[in-house]
Design a protein around this ligand. Structure first.
Ligand code: PLP
Length: 358
């Protein structure tokens, strides 16, 4: 047992031999290759304990495990990078931690202390940083997960939970600009529901509408609000932004929209650059009107995975409209600014990069 942290004793059992050399990093498919290690801790009798890093492997679970039946399962997604100067950094772990605890509270699950969250990430990244692809677009995706581990059939808030942190190498594979469909039949979230929580059930509930859109040739749906089926909310695991005229427009954060860290970062940068920014409701009739009038409309998804995912077209009530993705689109500039900070090539005035290796 080594005490590499002030807060908790961590047991670290490193692998004897890394699997890293066995993986072909040229055609790296995202999310298929776990790194060598897995972080685990358990919550029982009101405290987190048993923090350890072990070789990645299968879990043993009772078929009675509450999370499998009733869905108390919450996750996060963030990234670690290796910068040109050789330092390894994690992007905005503090904000991801705050969101994790908000999600946990909404699902009646216990909070994870900051020190435990930070140390789990840092120790895992220190052990497995050689998994970060060498390419400039390479990153290590970090996935913290908390689930109800108590074994019992019968709905209740569990008394015991597991915290896992796993990691997978990835590259920002070029994504073709997306064809989006404004979804007006199904909804992702309703006021008073769990839409603002990164909880497992939200994604299960989204699959059917998304599959239907895919069968129609679209990449994703743009969710609309539960009441009017009019106001744009978000898409998949991305928030959405528009550039209308000179103004950056994005839906305001409500309890039906997930508070994206990328969204927050891009809004911060836009405001710092004195761009007009509006966090306001935007309905599909307004979008359609602008598109029909031939105005230039930029639309893009924003999230940790793609940072900025350009949208090439939006289908509204069965009519498809082209949106602007040209080289001078402002979305590219926003993305560039964020990536320069992330890569250590521009100053980091907000302290977004958490340096892991000294
Ligand atoms: C994770 C997620 C986002 C984006 O959040 P980031 O912190 O920017 O990655 C947006 N919407 C949903 C539904 C998500 O799950």
């Amino acid at each position: 047992m080594s005490t590499l942290t002030e807060t908790l004793p961590f047991a670290i059992h490193p692998v004897v031999r890394s699997r890293r050399p066995d993986i072909d990093f040229t055609g790296l498919a995202f999310g298929l290759h776990p790194t060598d290690h897995l972080f685990q801790a358990e919550y029982q009798s009101g405290a987190w304990m048993g923090a350890r890093l072990e070789p990645f492997g299968a879990l043993t679970l009772s078929p009675f495990t509450l999370a499998l039946h009733y869905g108390q399962s919450v996750f996060e997604g963030l990234k670690a990078f290796r910068r040109a100067d050789g330092q390894v950094t994690i992007f905005r772990p503090d904000l991801h931690h705050q969101r994790l605890n908000r999600s946990l509270a909404r699902l009646e699950m216990p909070p994870v202390p900051w020190a435990l969250f930070r140390d789990a990430l840092r120790h895992l990244v220190r052990l497995d940083h050689h998994w970060i692809p060498e390419a400039p677009d390479g990153a290590l995706y970090l996935r913290p997960l908390v689930f109800a581990s108590e074994a019992r059939i019968g709905i209740k808030a569990a008394d015991t939970y597991s915290l896992l942190v796993m990691a997978a190498p990835g590259r920002e594979i070029y994504q073709h600009p997306l064809r989006m469909k404004v979804e007006t039949d199904f909804i992702r979230a309703a006021p008073g529901g769990t839409g603002a929580a990164k909880c497992a059930g939200n994604y299960a509930g989204a699959l059917h509408a998304t599959q239907r859109a895919r069968a129609e040739g679209f990449d994703q749906v743009l969710w609309t609000d539960a009441i009017e089926h009019e106001y744009i909310e978000e898409s998949g695991t991305m928030n959405v932004m528009f550039v209308l005229g000179d103004t950056l427009v994005t839906p305001p954060l409500t309890d039906t929209i997930l508070a994206g860290v990328t969204r927050d970062s891009l809004l911060t940068l836009a405001r710092a650059a004195d761009w007009p920014v509006e966090e306001r409701s935007i309905g599909w009739p307004e979008l359609e009107k602008a598109l029909r009038a031939g105005q230039r409309v930029e639309a893009f998804g924003v999230g940790t995975a793609a940072v900025v995912a350009p949208i090439a077209s939006i289908s509204i009530q069965g009519r498809e409209y082209a949106t602007y993705t040209g080289a001078d689109a402002r979305m590219h500039e926003l993305r560039f600014q964020l990536e320069m900070i992330r890569a250590g090539l521009a100053p980091d005035p907000y302290g977004w990069n958490d340096v892991v290796t000294p």
